[in-house]
Design a protein around this ligand. Structure first.
Ligand code: PMP
Ligand code: GLN
Length: 383
């Protein structure tokens, strides 16, 4: 018997690098500084709350927009952090993770042939999300090695077909962050156009050195044309929960919900009920940047003993490093070899470029216990 043949919607896509490198790390018992997730326990109070509300019977569907008290808590948090009022009823939808929020936003707005401006290196789901909708990614390199946006190039690449610009700050994989000047440039480009912004802000609370996070939510005029996407997994050290949310204008949210309600309908109830309450604890999210900054600084200090040359990271839980003093192998071969031979898994940054641009840079994830980082660097010193 033979199966029917699928005319692939994503013919050029394989298994994601995160799955590949974590698989290789397990196989070779390597320390995994590749895929981005903490190796320490999440907040105990939040875990207990989830189990409590399950016991109390919060185990059936909530409305497809999400549990209302959670949306209200999010609106309060947005007002507290960014001084913008958003309506929990019409502007917030709870989603199964940030990736899903981004995919749904793009699916909501894109028609075949539309163009979406995407900066590279960029998170690996963006291009397939655009292509599966029959739209066309228009790629712009961030200026290496600071990974800044060249706004003149953006101006040149905007066309009558431009439907959206994808933003991501703090940025995966580089740790670069947008400045107020970037937002001014962006505003001047989109003003008076029909261009949407899809802003991936899953690392909003992972920003260092007292730099303020330039959320689109600070700018009500930009929010009118934006879908702003968040992830509880990043904020509360529970990437496996796959819970997040999207905020947009009321008109855009009507369309977003049309797509969402026939894809997943609604998200995991007990986590939403627990988070509705836990979100009121400001310290739980405000303390995160300090904790992560300490990890970054400790890792930077340890890495001075190696031949790697770290690049700057102002946010996220990633830091990139050049290895051209060690090897001229391409970054994928290098990352695979050091996983196998030295027992440390990383992510080659070329995977975040459609054309595989190889600047001899790999990405380290530092959201790990001190002991894990120290054990990894012990091994990296030997390279
Ligand atoms: N965007 C970026 C830049 C990310 O690094 C991640 C983390 N995987 C996501 C989106 C997705 O978050 P989630 O796991 O909530 O889908
Ligand atoms: N965001 C994580 C990273 O960049 C991984 C997400 C995933 O595995 N899809 O490492």
């Amino acid at each position: 018997m033979s199966s029917p043949v699928i005319n692939s919607k994503l013919p050029n896509v394989g298994t994601t690098i995160f799955t590949v490198m974590s698989g290789l790390a397990n196989e070779h018992k390597a320390i995994n500084l590749g895929q981005g997730f903490p190796d320490y326990q999440m907040n105990e109070e939040l875990m207990n709350k989830v189990s409590e509300v399950m016991q109390k019977g919060w185990n059936q569907y909530v409305p497809m927009q999400g549990y209302m008290p959670l949306r209200e808590s999010i609106a309060d948090k947005v007002e507290y952090l960014y001084q913008t009022k958003v309506d929990p009823n019409t502007q917030i939808t709870i989603t199964p993770g940030g990736t899903y929020a981004i995919y749904t936003a793009l699916t909501t707005i894109l028609q075949p042939g539309d163009e979406v401006i995407i900066f590279e290196p960029g998170y690996d789901s963006y291009i397939p999300n655009v292509e599966i909708n029959g739209a066309v990614p228009v790629l712009i390199d961030l200026k290496f090695p600071e990974y800044k946006i060249d706004w003149d190039e953006v101006r040149k690449k905007v066309s009558p077909k431009t439907k959206a610009i994808m933003l991501n700050s703090p940025h995966n994989p580089t740790g670069a962050v947008l400045t107020e000047e970037d937002i001014l440039q962006l505003s001047s480009i989109v003003k008076g156009t029909n261009i949407f912004i899809v802003s991936d802000e899953v690392y909003e609370h992972l920003i260092f050195d007292n730099i303020p996070h330039q959320s689109i939510l600070r700018y009500p005029e930009l929010l009118e044309r934006s879908f702003v996407c968040f992830s509880f997994g990043k904020t509360y050290n529970c990437t496996g929960w796959k819970l997040g949310y999207c905020i947009s204008s009321p008109a855009s949210m009507v369309e977003f919900r049309k797509v969402h309600q026939f894809n997943c309908f609604c998200c995991h109830t007990p986590s939403q009920v627990a988070l509705a309450d836990f979100l009121k604890n400001k310290n739980a999210y405000l303390s995160l940047s300090g904790i992560m900054q300490q990890k970054r600084d400790h890792f930077i200090k340890l890495m001075k003993q190696t031949k790697f040359e770290l690049l700057n990271s102002s946010g996220s839980y990633f830091i990139c490093a050049k290895y051209d003093r060690i090897s001229d192998e391409d970054d994928r071969d290098f990352a695979i070899r050091i996983t196998k031979e030295f027992g440390v898994a990383t992510i080659p940054v070329s995977v975040f470029y459609k054309a595989g641009t190889d600047n001899k840079v790999i990405r380290f994830c530092f959201s790990k216990n001190k002991e894990t980082l120290e054990a990894a660097v012990e091994r990296l010193i030997k390279i």
